[in-house]
Unconditional design. Structure first.
Length: 678
């Protein structure tokens, strides 16, 4: 039986899970059509997915149609779960790209499209929700052509739209498929659609001909090209990623689903047909059973009953239980005791996994997302999954001492499952920070910690403010103490001034007024005092410190005395050097459909942002701005609200800037209250 591995991707809310459910139902894999709203779909089988009504992890569902096994990798749409999306794309051989007939191309559509382009992935474009109010296939098609790179053309046209959507027309075959009373019937093209069908069929034929040089020559010679030849070249073009067919359907009403199944089974490539795979060092592997074994872990998860599950795509050869594999990413050998194939939430144990199979390995702690596995005698490394940096953070606080003791191990398990989560201890604020791709992503992390027996509370992180000076300040620091026996004596003069460097220290002492052996002690005292500035007790940066004078005592001077004197002098000089607060500033890049540009910029202006530029790409605008971190910590929810979940953003640190005077006092008071409470 032929095999097709197909990732189902697109923006959130376009109906990927509903389409997967429709394909399962239409092929008899399930007996009852579930609905996302009811939490009854086969793909969304976890409690968190049912409760939220969204996909959180990629589900692998198997359907059989026209002597073809189709493995559907139903990926989440939320950008929060980019690890799941990219993993699904890398594990598949082709993709279904869904978009809504109401919304057209969205930010999430462009994001997955770019990823598919990176891997030359063949794809079919599905315009879903044709039965919804304001659905418009032709507007969505125009949106695809103008916004998404590559050769796309309608392969089917709708019969009706919105509530009147009742079927589709196969442009090449000039046949209509109308859906009534739960059944599809084939008929001639309705007379009212003849002209538009011929118009779009001509566009499709031209797109097909452009993919084949021989056919192009015949066409230019005015030679008649029969429909069978056109159909064969069409399927080869789809198979090779030379043409992206677009078709309308309604997943919830099953209209157009059978046409999609036929196109997937006949047009999308098999695992063997994708050609040799190349490792990062130039090694080649043919995707055949006879080749040396190789695979890649495209996803991992922690199951409370099964333990760690590594989801693998076998690229070449055969994997068998008990046989040694080399984890070429980490240089360790593993020996899986059990192998499984996937069908929704079920793991089915098998005696082998051959090239082209998507399967699973359980209870292997040495397997991580992105790891490559290979025959130890002929190793190959396919490289790591490329994942973006987190965009939002939360401070997490263990609720009990027991939770605190178990937190470290639980965090380790979480990071093994999803490398887009990050945990770090902030030296400046003392908080444990959890970072991720969005608010929902962080909520899922907290829920998973609870499943691992660790309860935490998440709060908005403290801002790591800094302090600096804006002028030159000079001051003396003298430490003199006599308490019987040897006393303590240290005396130095320091000059502070602004600098572009984080910190500079120099000595201009002449004449031996301070012996050279005490200069390092003065620097240590400055470094220590620099950790708590005079404005609100935050670390000091961008300051140059020069010791230029002082005095000493032959008997009572010591390293500790000069270190103490330096701290006194630093604080006194800083008071005279016009000290101020600094706040971290982030470079924010927001990608939104152009109609939301005004709303986003208006919102950014309320956040003290400085817009750096706007770059149009089709119907999407990328807005770049410098924004204080304090104003952007909860931006994920705000952007989602403003754009109806059609926006995406990224953040990168971009240095520090002075806090406006009208905000400084509130920060100082909050800091004093924090320090008073320990």
């Amino acid at each position: 039986m032929r095999v097709r591995n197909v990732s189902v991707v697109g923006h959130s809310g376009v109906g990927k899970t509903s389409l997967t459910e429709a394909l399962l139902f239409r092929t008899g894999a399930i007996k009852r059509l579930g609905h996302v709203e009811d939490g009854t779909t086969a793909s969304d089988h976890t409690e968190a997915e049912r409760r939220r009504g969204i996909s959180i992890s990629t589900s692998v569902e198997r359907v059989e149609f026209d002597q073809t096994t189709i493995n559907l990798l139903d990926a989440p749409g939320y950008a929060d779960f980019v690890r799941e999306i990219r993993g699904a794309i890398r594990a598949a051989d082709s993709s279904l790209v869904l978009l809504s007939a109401v919304s057209g191309v969205e930010v999430g559509t462009e994001r997955v499209w770019a990823t598919l382009d990176n891997f030359n992935m063949p794809r079919i474009v599905v315009v879903n929700k044709m039965d919804r109010e304001r659905a418009d296939f032709f507007t969505a098609l125009a949106d695809v052509r103008s916004s998404l790179k590559g050769p796309s053309a309608a392969a089917y046209l709708p019969i009706g739209q919105e509530h009147d959507f009742r079927g589709v027309v196969d442009l090449l075959g000039r046949r209509a498929y109308v859906f009534t009373d739960g059944q599809s019937s084939e008929m001639d093209v309705p007379s009212g659609l003849t002209d538009v069908v011929e118009e779009y069929r001509a566009q499709l034929v031209e797109a097909i001909i452009e993919t084949d040089d021989e056919l192009t020559e015949r066409y230019l010679s005015d030679e008649t090209i029969d429909d069978e030849t056109l159909h064969d070249v069409f399927l080869r073009a789809v198979h090779g990623g030379l043409l992206y067919p677009v078709l309308p359907l309604s997943a919830t009403k099953l209209i157009g689903v059978e046409c999609l199944l036929k196109l997937m089974a006949r047009g999308l490539r098999s695992p063997e047909e994708r050609g040799a795979l190349t490792g990062i060092n130039g090694e080649k592997r043919e995707p055949r059973r006879e080749a040396p074994a190789s695979a890649r872990v495209w996803r991992t998860s922690i199951d409370p009953f099964v333990g760690k599950i590594a989801f693998v795509r076998v690229w070449s050869g055969v994997l068998r239980p008990g046989e040694t594999l080399r984890n070429t990413t980490h240089g360790v050998d593993v020996r899986p005791a059990h192998l499984y194939t996937l069908n929704g939430k079920e793991l089915v144990e098998v005696s082998e996994l051959e090239a082209g199979t998507i399967g699973a390995i359980t209870k292997m702690s040495d397997l991580h997302t992105g790891d490559s596995l290979a025959d130890p005698a002929q190793p190959i490394d396919y490289g790591a999954l490329q994942l973006p940096d987190p965009v939002v953070s939360a401070a997490i606080h263990a609720l009990t001492r027991s939770d605190e003791d178990k937190l470290g191990n639980a965090i380790t398990k979480l990071l093994e499952e999803d490398p887009t989560w990050r945990f770090e201890r902030s030296v400046e604020t003392g908080e444990t920070l959890l970072s991720g791709m969005g608010d929902t992503h962080l909520e899922i992390a907290v829920e998973k910690l609870a499943q691992l027996g660790v309860n935490v509370r998440a709060t908005v992180p403290k801002i790591p403010y800094r302090e600096t000076v804006r002028a030159v300040g000079e001051a003396q620091g003298k430490h003199k103490k006599q308490s019987g026996g040897h006393g303590q004596y240290g005396d130095c003069w320091l000059r502070l001034s602004p600098t572009g460097e984080d910190f500079e220290f120099a000595s201009e002492v002449v004449g031996g007024v301070v012996p050279g052996k005490y200069i390092p002690s003065i620097e240590k005292g400055v470094l220590e005092a620099r950790q708590k500035g005079v404005v609100a007790g935050y670390p000091v940066q961008n300051v140059r410190v020069v010791v230029y004078g002082g005095s000493y005592h032959e008997v009572d001077s010591s390293d500790i005395a000069f270190k103490t004197a330096a701290g006194i002098a630093f604080r006194a000089a800083m008071e005279k050097a016009r000290p101020c607060l600094l706040e971290p500033v982030m470079l924010l890049r927001v990608r939104v459909p152009s109609q939301y540009t005004g709303d986003v910029i208006g919102d950014l202006q309320t956040r003290r942002a400085r817009v750096q530029g706007m770059d149009p790409e089709g119907t999407v605008i990328t807005i770049s701005a410098l924004v204080p971190l304090a104003e952007i910590q909860q931006y994920s929810a705000a952007l989602r609200s403003m754009t109806g979940d059609r926006g995406a953003y990224s953040l990168k640190p971009s240095g520090y800037a002075e806090v406006p005077a009208h905000l400084t006092e509130a920060i100082i008071q909050a800091r004093k209250a924090e320090m008073a409470h320990g």
